[in-house]
Design a protein. Structure first.
Length: 428
């Protein structure tokens, strides 16, 4: 890792091992790659925060799930041979990670299998999704740590009934992912379905690198080994120089010392945008406790340059900004040599215009005096996404330590669940 200053920016350049072998996008060959993540902070961290790094890096979600990965590689090929689509049924941390992986992969990965997500009980979404499926070519993956998540159980009952109506074998079309000893393992055993374990000591929103994210990803032809290689890279340096620790300190300095209680995740690219949803749950549910917390706000570049940037530049100075973008784009388009209305875009690639708008927005915020973190991936890859996941999970735990709160559990959501249950039991 290189740590240096250029003008007002502190820059961390994190080169990944030169001998890491990345699978070629166009063949089954493996190319030697040198990947880099560029993390820039527009202003220095002024707060003096002490962090017990051992309590950050020795978390259950940092353990490589060797047995689960081996079972996935042994079991799922038969599902991939038979089915072209997997419907992932889960809520929050049970689906947001897999949804992020699926979207991210579409920017570079050419897959023969697809994912569909049932992650809301919006009745129109549920009906249209179920009616659109080719049921003979579809496997359903139900994900819930407790096995009692209301929405997921609704999906389960609808799917089981429809499979039986169509005379399709449940044991061949259904997979369960959850905690051992809970409802989903019991269901899997009674129905003869495959079951994949989520470690009981890993909270749902921290479970993307367990069965929760790995089962759907492997089905969709995503390289889960490379995903974990990227995650491991963040764990190499377990000192306070680790980028995750620096990220946590920077954000908490702006929150505690400068009153910036909104954390903007400005992802540049539609295929990166779902990462902001995963991040929002991670940051909000982990830190929003005891009257504390920094509210996450999602933004999509370049779309929200035309909706939110006015507020960002001339509204209240209560936000810290995180920009995330991939530098190298696999699929691009070039404008003609002679263009209408705007001559300065002639012969430009769309990626060049995209980059200019990104740089313009970021620089405008910096010149306005807003605190900006920019995280640039050299490319879309499973490695870089694994790096991003682990970076932010560790930063969340470090931020919780600074705030003096427990980042795990979400007691604040239980009351709403109880009220909903009571109303359903009473017939609304």
């Amino acid at each position: 890792m290189v740590n240096r200053s250029i003008g007002r920016e502190t820059i961390l350049e994190i080169p990944f091992p030169a001998n890491f072998r990345l699978k070629s996008l166009s063949s089954d060959l493996y190319d030697i790659c040198f990947m880099t993540v560029y993390i820039n902070f527009s202003t220095p961290v002024e707060g003096d925060f002490e962090i017990d790094t051992s309590k950050v890096f020795n978390q259950p979600f940092t353990r490589y799930p060797k047995e689960v990965v081996e079972k996935i590689k042994k079991t799922l090929p038969r599902f991939k041979e038979k089915f072209s689509t997997m419907v992932v049924c889960g809520m929050g941390g049970s689906s947001l990670g897999a949804k992020t992986i699926d979207s991210f992969a579409r920017a570079f990965n050419e897959a023969n299998h697809g994912l569909v997500f049932l992650d809301n009980v919006d009745p129109t979404l549920v009906k249209q999704t179920l009616e659109s499926l080719d049921w003979k070519n579809t496997v359903f993956c139900f994900v819930s740590k407790s096995g009692t998540t209301l929405e997921t159980v609704v999906f389960l009952n609808l799917v089981l009934e429809e499979l039986r109506r169509r005379n399709l074998p449940v044991e061949e079309h259904v997979i369960f992912v959850g905690d051992r000893g809970k409802s989903f393992e019991e269901m899997a055993n009674s129905l003869g379905c495959e079951f994949f374990e989520i470690p009981s000591d890993v909270d749902g929103r921290f479970s993307v690198l367990t069965s929760t994210g790995l089962v759907p990803s492997f089905f969709a032809d995503f390289d889960i080994d490379e995903l974990w290689e990227g995650a491991r890279e963040v764990l190499r340096d377990q000192s306070e120089d680790n980028p995750a620790i620096k990220l946590a300190k920077y954000k908490m300095d702006n929150y505690l010392n400068k009153g910036r209680n909104v954390s903007v995740m400005f992802t540049y690219g539609n295929y990166l945008f779902p990462f902001s949803f995963w991040y929002s749950q991670l940051w909000a549910e982990s830190l929003g406790k005891e009257g504390k917390g920094q509210t996450p706000l999602k933004a999509l570049g370049t779309v929200d340059q035309h909706s939110l940037v006015q507020l960002f530049r001339e509204g209240p100075d209560d936000k810290v900004y995180q920009f995330v973008k991939a530098r190298e784009i696999k699929w691009d388009t070039q404008l003609p040599e002679h263009t209408q209305i705007l001559d300065y875009i002639a012969n430009k690639k769309v990626s060049e215009i995209f980059r200019a708008l990104y740089e313009g927005t970021k620089e405008a915020l910096i010149q306005t005096g807003r605190p900006v973190i920019s995280i640039e991936l050299d490319r879309y890859s499973a490695f870089n996404l694994g790096y991003l996941f682990m970076l932010y999970m560790l930063a969340t735990v470090a931020a919780a330590q600074i705030l003096g709160i427990n980042p795990f559990g979400q007691p604040g959501v239980e009351l709403g669940k109880r009220i909903a249950k009571e109303r359903l039991q009473k017939g609304l």
